[in-house]
Design a protein around this ligand. Structure first.
Ligand code: GLP
Length: 243
């Protein structure tokens, strides 16, 4: 893995933006895998800035988001679709029809999962996948488990994740307990992966990621089996870790 340690989260966002900009410049019809959470917000700010400055064109880009809460629709402010529309898609020239997020309101979730995989395949697969990580090592909504789930599936959030994500909701009991999420196999099929890990709160999981063998109990460790991963961390997360 290629590991970049930046001075702070702002510099990490800039580094990640350079990688995304290079991808889009080299291949204007790139298929991007995108993530939600606090971590990628700085990167999205950078990309919006590059677009406004005329440096990036998203008109041929397609995007697939990692996950969505079951039960939340596009107009729900807590949905990941809403998050992406407000924090990125509405501020750049990506065609809304080319932005895919699993449908949290799908009547037939099994079908939705299958259709999502088919759409990724039809787009030619993901060229560059962005990831964050949960404190327990989850990527997308792949929680610690006895096995890695391959495909886009229905996942149950665990207690720790519900607690962590409750900061975006009025109360903890409003956090949906289930999600539709790309599986580990769907993520690992991306040609390139960038994972951003920033802030003091992520130091422990970054250390486990770097030092543990691959195990589904710490899902992020699976990235060690991928041939093109860039880890972008900041000093707060990386302090004291021997890379
Ligand atoms: C959520 C998302 C993940 C994300 C994680 C960390 O649970 N499903 O994709 O990586 O939270 O979020 P944050 O960047 O806010 O720490």
């Amino acid at each position: 893995m290629n590991i970049i340690v930046c001075k702070d989260a702002a510099e990490a966002a800039k580094k990640a933006a350079v990688i995304f900009a290079a991808q889009i410049t080299e291949k204007p019809a790139s298929v991007l895998g995108l993530a939600t959470g606090s971590t990628p917000l700085g990167l999205y700010e950078e990309l919006k800035g590059m677009y406004s400055a005329g440096l990036l064109d998203f008109s041929r880009v397609k995007s697939f988001n990692l996950d969505e809460y079951v039960g939340l629709g596009e107009n729900d402010e807590q949905s990941y679709r809403y998050f992406m529309d407000k924090n990125l898609f509405e501020k750049i020239n990506i065609n809304p029809e080319n932005t895919y997020v699993p449908n949290g309101l799908a009547k037939d979730i099994g079908n939705e999962c299958k259709a999502y995989e088919e759409k990724i395949a039809a787009a030619g697969g993901i060229d560059l996948q962005l990831l964050g990580v949960g404190h327990n090592g989850h990527i997308a909504f792949n929680e610690p488990s006895d096995y890695f789930l391959e495909k886009t599936s229905l996942f149950k959030l665990n207690e720790e994740t519900i607690e962590a994500n409750s900061r975006f909701f009025a109360s903890k009991d409003q956090v949906p307990q289930r999600s539709i999420s790309m599986g580990i196999g769907s993520i690992m099929a991306a040609k390139k992966i960038v994972i951003m890990i920033t802030g003091r709160g992520k130091r422990e999981i970054l250390s486990k990621f770097i030092n543990s063998p691959v195990t589904p109990q710490i899902p992020v460790t699976v990235l060690k089996f991928h041939s093109n991963v860039t880890v972008i961390a900041d000093m707060e997360a990386a302090e004291g870790i021997n890379f």
